[in-house]
Write a protein that binds this ligand. Structure first.
Ligand SMILES: Nc1nc2c(c(=O)[nH]1)N[C@H]1C(S)=C(S)[C@@H](COP(=O)(O)O)O[C@H]1N2
Ligand SMILES: [Mo]
Length: 318
């Protein structure tokens, strides 16, 4: 049954995620006692879709993983990096404390129309889509995840950047009462990430508001987080409260702490090792198997041109 329908799905590639989600959700469904029904044909995606409160379409233009299983939802939502809540992967419980409604977002700096808007209003101004992306952590593990969200450029178009805007600076909330690690004053909180304006306008740069057909859980960066799949995971900043367009490049959170290990560009490259480990392979957290890491994490066709004129090669990849 599974084989048959996966062939059918290959023929109809625009039907995109149903099989992948299905294969991974098998386990979950078994626990729920649904598997009996699923032996016929069950559109699991339609079920999942009901859980996300806003309409979204499928965008399979960037799906480069027809032969790779999605990471299970339970893994991707329980093995997380979110230093505000602690330095282990097990921060899910602590992150529950974060209150994400109301959630004000400021988009300003060198723009024509600065806006300050609640998340619930912002989400009505954008058109939502689902995309399957790889996520490659600098620690050499990776995920394959279906995000719901919108291109970062649609948010920038709302504010109209001035021609003097060269970089986009994004910041996470700062609330040490809720996020205990923010009491550690030797870290340069709040978490800050920066993209060049061209990177930010690239269609691959995505703002995620959902995952696995559901609202983004806190531990994955609710209510909105960046996803830039061609860069190491630390660039994909979570729980963003501000976007600011600037002319000079400020330091990012990790650049401030360990610039030699976690730099500004952080483009994935199997040939440029981290100072303390190889980047040539990665552990797929879904299957536990090791995979070869790819240049720009497999997304070179969409982003390699962004770096044609950058001089210092090494710096581009860490
Ligand atoms: N604010 C904030 N954003 C963050 C981090 C963090 O510690 N704080 N960790 C980053 C790292 S190192 C990774 S690998 C990804 C992990 O995202 P995930 O937990 O959704 O898989 O989030 C990134 N975004
Ligand atoms: Mo990471």
């Amino acid at each position: 049954m599974l084989l048959k329908s996966s062939k059918k799905w290959q023929l109809h590639s625009n039907e995109l995620t149903s099989e992948k989600i299905y294969l991974n959700r098998r386990e979950v469904l078994k626990n729920l006692g649904f598997l009996g029904i699923a032996s016929g044909f069950l559109d699991i995606r339609a079920l999942a879709k009901e859980k996300y409160p806003y309409h979204y379409s499928n965008n399979n233009n960037y799906d480069i993983d027809f032969d790779r299983l999605l990471t299970s939802e339970s893994k991707a939502t329980s093995y997380n990096n979110f230093y505000e809540f602690g330095s282990t992967k097990n921060i899910k419980r602590k992150a529950e404390k974060l209150s994400t409604s109301p959630w004000n977002i400021n988009i300003g700096g060198l723009v024509d129309k600065e806006i300050s808007i609640d998340f619930d209003d912002l989400i009505r101004k954008v058109s939502l889509e689902e995309r399957i992306y790889r996520l490659r952590c600098v620690e050499a593990w990776s995920l394959l995840v279906p995000w719901i969200g919108f291109p970062l450029n649609s948010l920038l178009k709302l504010v109209v950047p001035k021609s003097s805007a060269k970089y986009l600076v994004m910041k996470t909330f700062f609330d040490p009462k809720t996020a205990p690690f923010q009491k550690q004053s030797w870290y340069p909180w709040p978490y800050t990430e920066v993209l060049t304006i061209d990177e930010a306008f690239n269609d691959l740069a995505f703002i995620a508001t959902g995952i696995y057909g559901k609202i983004l859980p806190n531990q994955n960066g609710a209510p909105l987080r960046l996803v830039v799949p061609w860069k190491y995971g630390f660039k994909s900043i979570k729980s963003i409260v501000s976007f600011s367009l600037v002319s000079e490049r400020p330091k990012t959170f990790w650049e401030e702490i360990v610039p030699k290990e976690y730099g500004f560009w952080a483009n994935v490259n199997p040939l440029v090792d981290h100072p303390r480990w190889s980047q040539s392979k990665e552990k797929d957290l879904g299957t536990g198997a090791y995979r070869d890491t790819e240049i720009f994490n497999g997304y070179a066709q969409w982003v390699a041109h962004l770096y044609k004129d950058v001089k210092n090669e090494e710096n581009l990849y860490r």
